[in-house]
Design a protein around this ligand. Structure first.
Ligand code: ZN
Length: 280
């Protein structure tokens, strides 16, 4: 019943995330239409993104970790200003993690490196290759490569990485802890939750990864980097933000929703399986 909606959503996501467009043809969506107020999602997690693509900061006892960099250009100043609004300083960023090799996620990386931060930049090997093929000598400097099973510790915070290809060849996902007024919850952030390949092997790998992710014990929180389509599982991200802002003491945190997380896994697996019928 919802298949048409999901197919449309996959198409919409593919247009958002279409790689390989020459630089000169790249115009990000107007900032005036996409700008959103940043907000604190958890004690240690901040949303800094736009109406169509996320960037987050994880705060630790020893500095900040920035997840994705938006498009660059006017969005770089926007990102830095959103950090400032949250009381965060770009100078405190120690690591920048690029979770997928599509422009809306890495576009600001080079400018941040050149002008704003001494942080170390990491992505998966296959997506570094994508970015470098895309940008040539304008590509951001690669400081480190994220591999399957790697972890990154900064101060009191450890991130565990998984490489979950399908959206891009090196889509990077992560597990980490978030804290709601001091109460710990386990979060999963899938770096590219819609498959972008017609290769049956790639699609099967994407599905197998999702099924495995669904078996990880204790995941209660889903973090997403797109949220304007049903396929991302969080069409109501900004609605959640409003509920969070209105939350009264003792009420549950809108992001702590393990049933929603597992429903999203099941729905995404089911709909991705349908793509196998058209796969090569
Ligand atoms: Zn993408």
């Amino acid at each position: 019943m919802y298949h048409h909606r999901v197919r449309y959503a996959l198409l919409a996501l593919s247009l958002l995330c279409w790689p390989g467009v020459a630089d000169a043809q790249r115009t990000p969506p107007p900032l005036s239409e996409m700008a959103k107020e940043p907000f604190k999602v958890f004690d240690n997690l901040y949303f800094l993104g736009t109406g169509e693509v996320a960037s987050y900061v994880i705060s630790t006892s020893d500095g900040l970790i920035l997840l994705d960099t938006l498009y660059g250009g006017p969005y770089t100043g926007y990102l830095i200003e959103n950090m400032r609004k949250m009381g965060l300083d770009i100078a405190d960023v120690k690591y920048v993690l690029i979770m997928q090799g599509h422009w809306d996620h890495y576009g600001g990386a080079r400018e941040l490196q050149d002008q704003h931060t001494k942080a170390l930049f990491g992505a998966a090997e296959e997506d570094w290759k994508m970015i470098e093929a895309d940008l040539g000598n304008q590509a951001p400097r690669r400081d480190f490569v994220i591999e399957e099973g790697d972890s990154l510790t900064l101060g009191d915070t450890t991130i565990n990485f998984e490489i979950t290809p399908g959206h891009t060849p090196g889509t990077t996902s992560m597990r980490f802890a978030v804290f709601d007024n001091g109460t710990r919850h386990e979060a999963y952030f899938h770096g590219g939750a819609a498959v972008r390949s017609r290769d049956a092997g790639v699609i099967r790998t994407f599905i197998a990864d999702l099924e495995r992710i669904g078996m990880i014990p204790d995941i209660e929180v889903q973090i997403t980097n797109h949220f304007d389509t049903a396929a991302t599982g969080a069409p109501d991200l900004f609605g959640r933000a409003e509920r969070l802002a209105r939350r009264k003491p003792g009420e549950p945190h809108p992001w702590v929703a393990p049933d929603d997380f597992h429903a999203w896994i099941d729905e995404t697996v089911a709909n991705t399986r349908e793509l196998l019928a058209d796969a090569q």
